[in-house]
Design a protein around this ligand. Structure first.
Ligand SMILES: [Zn+2]
Length: 495
């Protein structure tokens, strides 16, 4: 089982200075490696299949097929491409681009001795990180970017380097550091990769821990799921559940107070001179606010996820494409080429609300909590969930009117969002072939002892004491009310 625990670090002044120094150096290395790889990448479009003439590396003859990634030395593996052990075949004697950059780190350390302060594992992870970015690019992601200081905030130790003892953590080349031991690492778990990350309010560490003896969370078959709950995500309420319950949307970043506060703080940054210390201070207040909002949202979403998963064996959600929902409106232009209003300013507010609700993050948390507690999350195609009648399955756009849903076929009336949640539930049951056992809830009937039927009182004809069913016997000093015909008709004016 592989888990990830996060702690807040408590570095002393020297340590935190060292950490930020490392980040800067590592970032410089990252950007340098990236520039190298980018040059290599553009080279192939310039020189065809020939290698670069400028660098004139001696091992590469003019016609060698080039290592497209980089223009450094050391293209051959140690031992000139021979197999290191006998009997083992080394298929490619050439170093890959990232390995070449890796081998070049020695030159970096000799030319800039202060780089020797950095742990070698951490430094070596940088070319690997660039390589990963390029691999993602080859698979269709965007082209790797140079990192500015606020986009490069973390570095990682490889497994087996970091030790933890009580509330102290040992980071190689930095030393023992205190941290807030908010939860203990369970017995039998080994420490794997450890990532140090800088956030607005300090340094954090995320520790991957693994115990191979414990199997990963067992996935239960669909046949064992006896109850399921459907969720429809929204903005007025965050989640509408198929059992009729709703969960509030606190709007952490789009409520009136926070919006105003953010505006003020942002404006203060804008009014400070660029590059000044005061601007940096003001900027820090903005980032702190962002950080606070994010933490609140995370905590709330975990709470929501636990609450929903606790209700049933399975959870059904819509498979939303949030990215597409947050697209900008297409520009509308008139015949003369002028741009006409296209409602983008309204859409911008909506987009912010969608981003604030963070449906995707909530779905991920739901899945994690569900799997961890032996339950299951089902994703459902969101098509027509808000237009279908959950009673007669009639699809009509007209049925929905804002918050109300009135079926045009059978007249079924419901809250539109809860109705959508019911549809999600039904869709999940149908498309995954679940067998749901209906729980019959036995309700204890409450019987009021002292009264029979409600009596309508009117001023002119008051049958105050006319009760047909036997009640409690009248208390002392009060009139007998039943069984005696002479008291049957009493009006206010009778003595
Ligand atoms: Zn209907």
């Amino acid at each position: 089982m592989l888990l990830s625990y996060k702690y807040k670090l408590r570095p002393n002044n020297q340590q935190s200075e060292k950490l930020s120094g490392w980040l800067n150096m590592l970032r410089a290395t990252y950007n340098w490696c990236l520039r190298d790889r980018m040059d290599g990448w553009y080279q192939q479009f310039l020189c065809g299949t020939y290698c670069d003439l400028k660098t004139q590396t001696e091992i590469m003859p003019l016609t060698c097929s080039l290592v497209k990634g980089t223009q450094l030395e050391n293209p051959w593996k140690d031992g000139g491409g021979k197999a290191k052990k006998e009997g083992e075949k080394d298929k490619s004697p050439k170093r890959s681009a990232s390995l070449m950059q890796d081998a070049n780190l020695i030159n970096l350390k000799t030319s800039r001795p202060w780089y020797q302060d950095i742990d070698c594992d951490v430094l070596q992870s940088i070319p690997a990180r660039v390589n990963e970015a390029f691999n993602k690019f080859f698979k269709g992601a965007g082209f790797p970017k140079f990192k500015r200081s606020h986009y490069f905030k973390s570095f990682a130790y490889k497994p087996g380097r970091v030790k933890i003892k009580g509330s102290k953590i040992y980071l190689p080349k930095i030393g023992w550091m205190r941290f807030f031991n908010s939860r203990n690492i369970p017995n039998g778990f080994d420490i794997r990769t450890v990532t140090i990350r800088q956030k607005a309010d300090g340094w954090y560490v995320s520790v991957r821990i693994e115990d191979k003896a414990i199997p990963d969370f067992s996935i239960i078959p669909d046949s064992e799921i006896k109850s399921i709950i459907g969720c429809d995500m929204g903005l007025t309420k965050l989640v509408y559940l198929s059992n009729g319950e709703t969960i509030d949307n606190p709007r952490f970043s789009t409520n009136k107070h926070i919006k105003r506060l953010m505006k003020v703080r942002q404006r203060r940054v804008n009014r400070k001179q660029k590059g000044s210390k005061n601007r940096r201070k003001a900027q820090k207040k903005v980032t702190t606010l962002h950080h606070k909002i994010q933490q609140k949202r995370e905590a709330y979403q975990w709470w929501v996820a636990h609450k929903i998963v606790g209700l049933a064996d399975g959870v059904a959600v819509e498979d939303l494409q949030v990215k597409n929902m947050m697209k900008r409106c297409k520009p509308v232009s008139s015949e003369t080429g002028r741009f006409l209003p296209n409602n983008q300013s309204a859409k911008r507010g909506l987009n912010r609300s969608i981003a604030d609700a963070s449906w995707y993050g909530l779905t991920q948390k739901l899945e994690y909590v569900a799997v961890k507690s032996g339950k299951k999350l089902y994703r459902v195609n969101p098509q027509y969930t808000s237009q279908t009648c959950s009673k007669c399955k009639h699809i009509d756009k007209v049925s929905r009117n804002g918050e109300k849903f009135i079926c045009t076929n059978c007249g079924h009336i419901d809250d539109a969002n809860i109705q959508a949640a019911r549809n999600v539930r039904i869709k999940a049951i149908e498309s995954y072939g679940l067998t749901i056992v209906r729980k019959t809830r036995i309700r204890a009937k409450t019987v009021r002892r002292d009264s029979s039927k409600p009596v309508q009182l009117s001023i002119f004809d008051v049958n105050l004491y006319e009760r047909l069913v036997d009640n409690k016997p009248p208390q002392k000093g009060k009139r007998l009310v039943t069984g005696n015909p002479q008291y049957k008709q009493l009006s206010l004016w009778d003595g």
